[in-house]
Each structure stands twice: as structure tokens, then as C-alpha cells.
Design a protein around this ligand. Structure first.
Ligand code: NCD
Length: 303
């Protein structure tokens, strides 16, 4: 039995296989419509979500399975003091697979050590978000035709943005990927991620100025400043509008640069960009559903 807590647990070959399955689902959805008949997905969401939870549920329904779960800690027994370990043991009696989101880093790992069914990390605090990375990888592959030879700019909250940490972990395994890190000093990539890139001789550029690096980028990954993870409201208010992508700022971007964002967007991408052919963030949402379908099939061992 296998869980997915960190994207690095999937080999490059397994990621290729998930991408192939997702592309096949897109081409032949009817082939997959009954693959998970009789199976149940439990979505245990201790933190707000729109996309991730609904995407997991839509994925399971489109595979012919069903879903149960909760969407807020207050509506679960966590509010009575139940531990994640106990909740996981209990839910193992009802479901075949769990998708868990939790504000505490490591909670899905604890769940996977106690559940008797696979656990998928649907976002743990400011740490990781491996299934968003699967959505991001399918989007990059479909838009650019490759996952190597890319210059990828990450912009915004690189400190608390868990999707950034997971995507870097995934992309560093492909050849000739260059990382450009654009953030205010207060929201730089955590030292542990930065040092591990440096140790392995990755070429990284760090800057506070988005426009100066724009012309180099093949991918621009925008992020929301993660207000809920700040200890200080004043600091959040000071930093939240650090980067707002407008059509003017794209003037020097490559004509085929892809703009990604895990969403939700607050104001870091102007709606005036939504109709630009480079805007991929709504396609990314759809790709997330297909990759979650592929992942559920893999973890449940469905052929
Ligand atoms: C992201 C998350 O939850 O980390 N959202 C998502 O799952 N698509 C990004 C965010 O909340 O900013």
C-alpha cells in the first residue's frame, strides 16, 4: 500500500506514466468512467479549499467512485480533540483512499503512518502540495511539450507557498531547468530548499524585480501572498501587493511564455491578462482533475 506525501516519492518514470494516463483520460474519458466503481474517497480537509477538494471529488466521481468527508476542522471530531492518527484509523474503516489537507506541516505523513489505506497529501501548512505539482507538470508538458530545458520564474510568496516548494522538488530532476526566484526579501524561498539547490549546483537567480528577468522566462509561476501563515497582520498588509502582473509588465515577455498560478488569485494577476494566450491558470485547474484521476488509479492499483 502506497501513499503520496512528498512529490519526490514518485520517480520521474512514474510521473511520466501519470502524465500519459492523464492524457489518455482526456482523449478517452469513457474508458475510465467505471474504473473505481465501488470505491470510496474520503476528503479530510482541516483547512479551506475550493479547487483541491472539489477536484479530488470530481476526479473520483468521474472514475465511477463515490466520496465522503468534511471540509472544515470545526465539522470534524478534531474540534473535540481527536488526533490525526485516530481520525485516520477511523476513516480507514469507511473508505479506500484519503485526501487530507491540514494546516500543520507533517499531518498527512502522520495520517499515512496510521491509516490502513493510501493517504494523499492535499497540502500541509507551508510545506508541500504534491497534487498541485502534478497539475502544474501536466500544464507545462501540454503547453511547452517538455519538462526539461526550461527557465522557470517563481514570483510572490516563495516562503509560505507550498506549491512552489513541491514544484521545485519535481522540476529539479529534469535536465537544464533554471530557477529564477522573484520575491520580496521577507518572502524568499526557505533556506532548506535554497541550500539544497545550491548544494547540487543548480543555477538559481534571486531578485526582487520581476520586470528585469521577464524576458528570460519560459514559465512564470505567480503565487498569492499566504496571509493565513503570517504571524503579523501589518507585515502581510505591507507585502501582499508586492507583485501585480499587468499587461504592461508582459511587454518584454516571450510571446510563448506560459503564466501559471495555483489559484486562488487575489490581485496578483490582473484580470486583463485572462484572455492573453499565455494565461494557463484555468487550464491548470482542469489538468489538476485529470492528474488526480491518474493518481487515484495508481494508488488504488487499478489497471
Ligand atoms: C494553493 C494551496 O492551497 O496551497 N491552492 C491550491 O491548492 N490550488 C495555493 C494558495 O492557496 O495560494
Amino acid at each position: 500500500m502506497r501513499s503520496l506525501i512528498d512529490i519526490a516519492e514518485l520517480s520521474v518514470e512514474e510521473i511520466d506514466k501519470l502524465l500519459d494516463t492523464a492524457n489518455d483520460i482526456i482523449a478517452n474519458p469513457e474508458k475510465y468512467a467505471h474504473k473505481c466503481q465501488g470505491k470510496k474517497l474520503a476528503t479530510l480537509f482541516f483547512e479551506p479549499s475550493t479547487r483541491t477538494r472539489l477536484s479530488f471529488e470530481a476526479a473520483m466521481y468521474e472514475l465511477g467512485g463515490v466520496c465522503l468527508g468534511f471540509s472544515a476542522a470545526q465539522s470534524s471530531s478534531a474540534s473535540k480533540g481527536e488526533s490525526v492518527a485516530d481520525t485516520s484509523k477511523v476513516v480507514s474503516c469507511y473508505a479506500d483512499i484519503i485526501a487530507m489537507r491540514h494546516p500543520k506541516e507533517g499531518a498527512p505523513l502522520v495520517a499515512s503512518m496510521n491509516a490502513t489505506i493510501p493517504v494523499i497529501n492535499a497540502g500541509d501548512g507551508g510545506h508541500n502540495h504534491p497534487t498541485q505539482t502534478l497539475a502544474d507538470l501536466l500544464t507545462i508538458k501540454r503547453e511547452k511539450g517538455r519538462l526539461n530545458n526550461l527557465t522557470v520564474g517563481f514570483c510572490g510568496d516563495l516562503k509560505f507557498g507550498r506549491t512552489v516548494h513541491s514544484l521545485i522538488t519535481a522540476l529539479r530532476r529534469y535536465e537544464n531547468v533554471k530557477f529564477v526566484l522573484i520575491s520580496p526579501n521577507e518572502l524568499r524561498l526557505p533556506t532548506y530548499v535554497r541550500e539544497s539547490l545550491k548544494k547540487d549546483n543548480f543555477e538559481i537567480v534571486e531578485t526582487t524585480d520581476l520586470e528585469s528577468v521577464m524576458p528570460e522566462l519560459d514559465i512564470l509561476y505567480m503565487t498569492r501572498v499566504q496571509g493565513e501563515r503570517f504571524f503579523n497582520e501589518e507585515e502581510y498588509l505591507r507585502l501582499r501587493d508586492s507583485y501585480i502582473l499587468t499587461p504592461e509588465k508582459l511587454a518584454n515577455a516571450k510571446p510563448d511564455m506560459s503564466i501559471l498560478h495555483p489559484l486562488p488569485r487575489v490581485n496578483e494577476i490582473s484580470v486583463a491578462i485572462d484572455n492573453d494566450s499565455r494565461a494557463c491558470y484555468f487550464k491548470q485547474v482542469l489538468n489538476g482533475k485529470y492528474m488526480r484521476m491518474a493518481l487515484i488509479l495508481m494508488l488504488l492499483g487499478v489497471e
